[in-house]
Design a protein around this ligand. Structure first.
Ligand code: B1M
Length: 226
């Protein structure tokens, strides 16, 4: 089937939204045997599409839709992971354009799970959604100290920072990390999230934003960048 560029970008968005990675992938069953985000992104680039359009009118649109469905409990973690996989395979075709500077990222987002905490599933979902929305993500992993965050912010001036915590015993470490980062680099915008964290806690520790889900983190970053 030959698609015009607009239809091709819509199809790429659809593949990301429904987690259709490539032609060989059997998931989702109703798209079995059809080309996925991998082949269609290659096709769009080979046809001369602007890589920025492929990102913003294709991949990001699909990620945004899955992010909203996830927030509304219409899909669950496995579907989001499939979408993120489709997105990251497609991104391989766009990487050379990012590296050459032809496509600009919206900003840099440094993220980590706070000191003492090893939970990373939620943090990884946030990373994927933010990356899928056009930001460069620097993922510091789990059990991240204040100093490691500060070093990363120094290496990426103007970046945003995301802190994740899943334990009531480690969420308290957010206060120290926020305080240490703000003392060293006062202009840094810090957003926090994770199951035990709340808006009230954000106020208490003077972080800039709290989001209960990945889409909220994306919406916040977009609102600051716009
Ligand atoms: Co742990 N664990 N765990 N655990 N674990 C919980 C969190 C717990 C609630 C289970 C329970 O007792 N019911 C409990 C915490 C109790 C508390 O403090 N209130 C607990 C405990 C006690 C522990 C240990 C202490 C157990 C022990 O050893 N005695 C230990 C601690 C280890 C450590 O961190 N130092 C521990 C260990 C582990 C495993 C290693 C076995 C494993 C983690 C594997 C991994 O992450 N790679 C694990 C798991 C899997 C869980 C549960 C079952 C699932 C967590 C998860 O991944 N949820 C969890 C119980 C539960 O939640 N049902 C539990 C799915 C994930 C998508 O959700 O992470 O909330 P979540 O992320 C969400 C949002 O919170 C938000 O977006 C995500 C998507 O919606 N979000 C952000 C997260 N970060 C964000 C950042 C943002 C914005 C949004 O901006 C920056």
């Amino acid at each position: 089937m030959i698609l015009n560029m607009e239809a091709l970008l819509k199809r790429i968005a659809h593949c990301v939204e429904f987690g259709k990675i490539n032609e060989a992938s059997p998931y989702p069953p109703d798209m079995k045997g059809q080309p996925g985000a991998d082949e269609l992104t290659r096709q769009a680039i080979d046809k001369g599409a602007d890589p920025d359009d492929v990102l913003k009118k294709g991949l990001v649109v699909g990620m945004e839709k899955i992010g909203i469905k996830f927030r509304e409990n219409k899909v669950f973690v496995p579907q989001v992971l499939m979408s993120a996989k489709a997105m990251s395979i497609a991104m391989e075709h766009l990487k050379p354009f990012f590296q050459s500077g032809d496509v600009q990222r919206k900003g840099v987002f440094v993220i980590g799970t706070v000191a003492g905490d090893l939970h990373d599933i939620g943090k990884n979902l946030v990373s994927m959604m933010v990356e899928g929305s056009g930001y460069e993500v620097v993922d510091l992993g789990t059990d991240v100290s204040s100093q490691k965050f500060i070093d990363a912010v120094k290496g990426h001036p103007g970046c945003f920072v995301g802190l994740s915590a899943l334990l009531t015993t480690t969420m308290v470490n957010m206060e120290k990390i926020v305080n240490d980062i703000k003392t060293a680099l006062p202009d840094t915008k810090i957003l926090i999230g994770g199951a035990p964290v709340s808006e009230e806690f954000k106020e208490k520790i003077s972080a800039d934003f709290y989001s209960p889900d990945p889409q909220g983190a994306v919406d916040y970053l977009n609102s600051v960048v716009a």
